[in-house]
Ligand binder design. Structure first.
Ligand code: ATP
Ligand code: MG
Length: 390
């Protein structure tokens, strides 16, 4: 039996005239996610995209799994292709959906007919198929309000399709339709979640990670790359800049009062990331900060870090509790990696009593105690290692 995958667009339908180009980006992204699985043909039709394998032995389970991570897809389902003939539609539904129908207690049939020449109209198709399914599966009852399974029949121009329940898609907007931003990525729980959330809104990601060898280890850096791979499974390739941060952190330690260490460090991270972001045509920065989570994330501290770059800073975790952030990190499979115990440069030279109500001018004055900061920032940018994460 020939099978295809039917994909329902998400918010794309809202985009009016842009809809076509949004769909094209979505198809390009689907193609990329399916590249290792097989060759597929994509056909747009109303708010559905038909994904048809070119070879019969293509594994559609793998295809559905991969498409489940493509942003911009609201729902998807496998469907059986059959002739535009009522007998074939009935035979296909009974056979193709047998397992699901045996498990269900209630069902309803929904029919859509885009080919108006088909001899039965939609209510007639539903009635006919519903009656036949009741005869074949005696335990089933019809429930039009809350059925266990909705059997959908679509009669289109060349074929008819039969399918069972939809699977929920990744939602959001196709990656690449909302511009580009640089995520400051640490090895923690929050920043991979922040990256995922903004990619879900259609933003293409690059990322910046600060490493301070020998205070931070190679393993810590590998952990970050593993986290980014998990995010890239959704967002597509993430070009990553690993910025050498040791010289700057030692300069902060040597020149600044201890209670300002973290704040000055965070401002310099923002400044360097902002600069890399602009050179890579990004329109915003992304961090995993959440109000009040630690001393450097009080409302006062966030105000100080915000002003270190003139790009807007997106903080999608800002109003979330840690357990809400953890729930997302589990969903996207980053949690287990995030809790591996490697040191981050944020835990190097941490003050015992960090300032929680800093004044911006005081922080800037402290920062200015570091001579040659401009030179050090530019050197760090020039020496950043570029890695392609797929
Ligand atoms: P996370 O769980 O994301 O590490 P956190 O709660 O540990 O966050 P901080 O360590 O204060 O918080 O970091 C706040 C934010 O700063 C992070 O979410 C991340 O965006 C950025 N950040 C922290 N350390 C690094 C780093 N080494 N490289 C790049 N960005 C970093
Ligand atoms: Mg951290």
């Amino acid at each position: 039996m020939k099978e295809i995958v039917l994909v329902k667009n998400g918010e794309l339908v809202l985009k009016g005239l842009n809809r076509n180009s949004f769909e094209d980006v979505l198809i390009k992204n689907m193609r990329r996610h399916l590249a290792d699985i097989g060759q597929f043909t994509f056909t747009k039709s109303q708010s559905t995209i038909m994904v048809e394998p070119e070879n019969e032995d293509t594994d559609l389970d793998d295809a559905v799994k991969a498409l489940g991570k493509v942003f911009g897809i609201a729902a998807l389902s496998r469907a059986a292709v059959c002739e535009k003939d009522m007998e074939d539609i009935i035979r296909t539904a009974k056979e193709y959906l047998a397992d699901e129908l045996l498990l269900a207690k209630t069902f309803k049939v929904e029919a859509k007919r885009s080919d108006k020449k088909f001899p039965l109209n939609s209510p007639q198709i539903s009635r006919e198929l519903g009656g036949q399914l009741l005869k074949a599966f005696h335990h089933l009852k019809v429930d039009v309000h809350n059925p266990d399974i909705v059997v959908t029949v679509e009669v289109r121009d060349r074929y008819a399709f039969v399918r069972g329940n939809n699977i929920k898609g990744a939602g959001g907007m196709p990656t690449g339709t909302s511009g580009r931003a640089a995520v400051l990525i640490s090895g923690g729980i929050d920043s991979p979640v922040a990256a995922y959330m903004m990619a879900k809104r259609g933003i293409e990601l690059i990322s910046v990670h600060f490493a301070s060898p020998p205070y931070t280890s190679e393993l810590a850096e590998m952990k970050v790359m593993d986290l980014l791979k998990r995010v890239a499974a959704y967002s597509g390739t993430i070009v990553t800049y690993v910025v050498p941060f040791t010289e700057i952190q030692e300069a902060i330690r040597d020149h600044c009062p201890e209670d300002y260490f973290t704040l000055v460090m965070r401002r310099i991270m923002m400044r360097i990331s902002g600069e890399i972001a602009k050179r890579q045509n990004c329109q915003a920065l992304i961090t995993g900060e959440s109000v009040g989570q630690v001393a450097s994330q009080t409302i006062y501290a966030l105000g100080c870090t915000d002003s270190a770059s003139d790009l807007p800073v997106f903080r999608p975790c800002i109003g979330m509790d840690k357990d809400e952030i953890i729930a997302i990190s589990r969903k996207i499979d980053t949690f287990d990696i995030s809790i591996q115990p490697y040191e981050d440069c944020c835990t190097v030279f941490t003050p015992k009593h960090p300032k929680t109500r800093p004044k911006l001018q005081d922080v800037i004055d402290t920062e200015n105690l570091i001579s040659e900061l401009d030179r050090m920032c530019e050197t760090a940018i020039q020496n950043a290692k570029r890695v392609f994460i797929k």
